[in-house]
Design a protein around this ligand. Structure first.
Ligand SMILES: C[S@@+](CC[C@H](N)C(=O)[O-])C[C@H]1O[C@@H](n2cnc3c(N)ncnc32)[C@H](O)[C@@H]1O
Length: 290
């Protein structure tokens, strides 16, 4: 499909879907709709009510270039530059992991605890280790107006993106971005320590899907030789940064529950709860001090 000065929204949507399907893109219908809507500035309602509306040549050319990127395997949200997480629109950058729906399970698991703390004490301090786009911290803040959060990352680019996301969402007064190698620069105590650390074994990276391996930053994926290195550091440092009665919530790979539990138990924690993701896999572990 070439940019066409006489394109209408309906023809553009149809040819975009056809083009992605022919290239073997699994979600051709959804991806084509997301790309066309975004780059033409239209909505689903426009597509239904006004399929004959003209699309100017600039917008059609932008759609064309987005489709080329998608056909070459770039994930649709990387092309859009943002992704929805827990109802929040988060900007992405090359230094940030694209937040995943599985991580929303961690937010769901922590929110009731935070609300109970706020009901008793009027505040709740959260530390989000490896914050990336700020996804976990910002979703928690958006849903608990009395809470504050510090988002830690080792990547300057990720911290810049998290800061921008906090500003765009009106949460920056309660969010602090902090550069730190896990706990190295963290001195205070927090009621909740949350982390979705890199947890893929270094030798498994080569076998990941291209969309992950080529577009998510390696630093967000690689958990060292056995994928457990970050958990060992986080478990070892958590007790001295946790307030009394605090909670540690970590996302895990689907087979890592026994290993991660043993690591935390070895540091004096007790497994409170295992939470499954939408596919039924173990995905989040909640620990309290024993
Ligand atoms: C799997 S991503 C999670 C991002 C975000 N929390 C989410 O759930 O979408 C892991 C994050 O940990 C960060 N990270 C990796 N090594 C780190 C370290 N030594 N100290 C702090 N953050 C680190 C990466 O830059 C990345 O943003």
């Amino acid at each position: 499909m070439m940019a066409d000065a006489s394109a209408t929204l309906g023809t553009l949507l149809r040819s975009a879907r056809h083009r992605l399907a022919e290239s073997g893109i699994a979600d051709a219908a959804l991806d084509s709709r997301l790309l066309v809507e975004h780059f033409t500035g239209t909505t689903r309602s426009d597509a239904i009510a006004r399929p004959g509306m003209a699309v100017d040549a600039g917008a059609a050319a932008a759609v064309e270039s987005a489709l080329e990127r998608r056909c070459r395997g770039e994930p649709v949200h990387r092309i859009l530059g943002f992704r929805e997480f827990y109802g929040l629109r988060l900007s992405l950058s090359p230094e940030t992991l694209e937040p995943r729906p599985d991580t929303e399970v961690l937010v769901d698991a922590v929110l009731p605890f935070m609300r109970a703390v706020v009901a008793r004490e009027g505040e709740c301090r959260v530390l989000d280790l490896g914050t990336g786009t700020g996804a976990i911290a910002l979703a928690l803040l958006a849903n608990v107006p009395e809470a504050t959060a510090t988002g830690v990352d080792i990547s300057d680019g990720a911290l810049a993106t998290a800061t921008r996301n906090a500003e765009n969402l009106g949460l920056s007064a309660r969010f602090t971005a902090k550069k730190s190698d896990w706990f190295a620069q963290i001195s205070g105590r927090y009621r909740v320590i949350a982390a979705n650390p890199p947890y893929i074994g270094s030798h498994e990276i080569a076998a990941l899907q291209n969309e992950v391996r080529l577009f998510d930053p390696l630093r967000a994926l690689d958990g060292g030789e056995d994928g457990l290195g970050p958990y060992r550091i986080i478990a070892a440092g958590a007790a001295s940064r946790l307030e009394a009665g605090g909670l540690v919530a970590v996302e895990i790979g689907s087979t890592q529950r026994p290993d991660v539990t043993a690591i935390f138990e070895g540091e004096g924690f007790r497994l409170e709860r295992t939470v499954a993701d939408l596919a039924g896999n173990d995905r989040v572990l909640l620990f309290a001090t024993a």
